[in-house]
Design a protein around this ligand. Structure first.
Ligand code: SF4
Length: 316
């Protein structure tokens, strides 16, 4: 076994998989960042006596289960996300090992009472991280929302942040999650153990953009309401609510149903605005890639005078 393969295999807890009877057919689904390792993992499982079929479908979160492949296998192994309840789907977490630079954090984060937030691959270690920060004088709030780990958030779920504190320390990468926290009106710092950088993240520009897009929607006449078939994203109730609002306002509106919502899939339609009911990332992060404005249901309500302000489109 080469050094690369031993690294990846050492970071995966295979115990739940090995409870499955040998000879069964396993589907293997991984996020893009781990697809490089799919062959190594499949080879390892094959050597243990299983037949393996690898899924090439996108895997953005635990909302994204390859139900098509599930029809053809005994179990689907979904790697790197924390669990939700699907029969015959085994969620196997993949945890990043990381260390924090407390001295660097202390130079930037002057608030004393801080909440920790991060996705599952960082949040698994928050107990230890909190202890380290407390030794340095911080009072750490670790909230348990309706996800697996304390302090864990998703782009569509910030329930672990319900509580009292002065600022949030987000540990992880990218701006999507800390922007969501700032959108809730909280002071937030993003610290990346990978790059060793720390910065305050503000939502001012992001909010300005959202108001601009919502305002554009008022002048649109033909609306497409986007529904994803991904098992953790499908929300026809929300789509029908948007449909009702639009029809009452005299607009033309139809529900559009698809698995992966991409600019290419929408390109040939004759709609001049879309309302997203699937993953919030589509409206909040990916909207620039689309030819037409994409708004959220709260933005639709704001645009048509049902709400006085734009509320975040995620659970809190
Ligand atoms: S809906 Fe989006 S933010 Fe929520 S878990 Fe899925 S990919 Fe993540």
């Amino acid at each position: 076994m080469g050094s690369k393969s031993s690294t990846i295999l050492d970071r995966i807890d295979f115990s739940k998989i090995f409870e499955i009877e040998k000879g069964k057919v396993l589907g293997l689904q991984l996020p893009d960042g781990l697809k490089y390792w799919a062959r190594e993992i499949a080879k390892f499982l094959e050597e243990k006596g299983y037949e393996v079929i690898i899924s090439a479908s996108p895997t953005y979160g635990s909302c994204d289960v390859d139900l098509n492949l599930l029809k053809h296998v005994d179990y689907l192994i979904h790697l790197a996300h924390s669990s939700t309840k699907f029969e015959r789907v085994i969620f196997v977490p993949y945890f990043y090992e990381y260390h924090i630079d407390v001295e660097l954090i202390k130079k930037t984060v002057k608030e004393r009472k801080i909440a920790l937030a991060g996705t599952a691959n960082y949040a698994w270690k928050f107990g230890e991280v909190a202890e380290e920060l407390e030794k340095s004088g911080y009072d750490v709030f670790l909230g348990k929302g309706d996800l697996e780990f304390e302090g864990q958030i998703l782009g569509c779920n910030f329930t672990s942040l319900r509580g009292e504190y002065e600022a949030v320390l987000f540990i992880g990468d990218g701006l999507f999650h800390p922007l969501g926290i700032a959108f809730l009106g909280k002071k937030v710092y993003r610290y990346s153990p990978l790059s060793g950088e720390i910065e305050e993240v503000k939502a001012d520009e992001f909010k300005k953009e959202r108001y601009k897009i919502a305002t554009k929607a008022i002048h649109c006449e033909k609306f497409g309401i986007l529904v994803s078939s991904k098992p953790g994203q499908i929300n026809l109730k929300k789509a029908r609510e948007a449909l009702k609002i639009l029809k009452e306002k005299g607009k033309e509106a139809f529900i559009i149903f698809c698995d992966e919502i991409t600019p290419e899939k929408l390109r040939n339609f004759d709609f001049d605005c879309y309302v997203n009911t699937a993953c919030p990332r589509i409206a909040y992060d990916d909207w620039k890639k689309f030819d037409k404005p994409i708004i959220t249901l709260p933005e639709l309500k704001f645009a048509f005078g049902i709400e006085r302000d734009i509320l975040p489109d995620f659970k809190y």
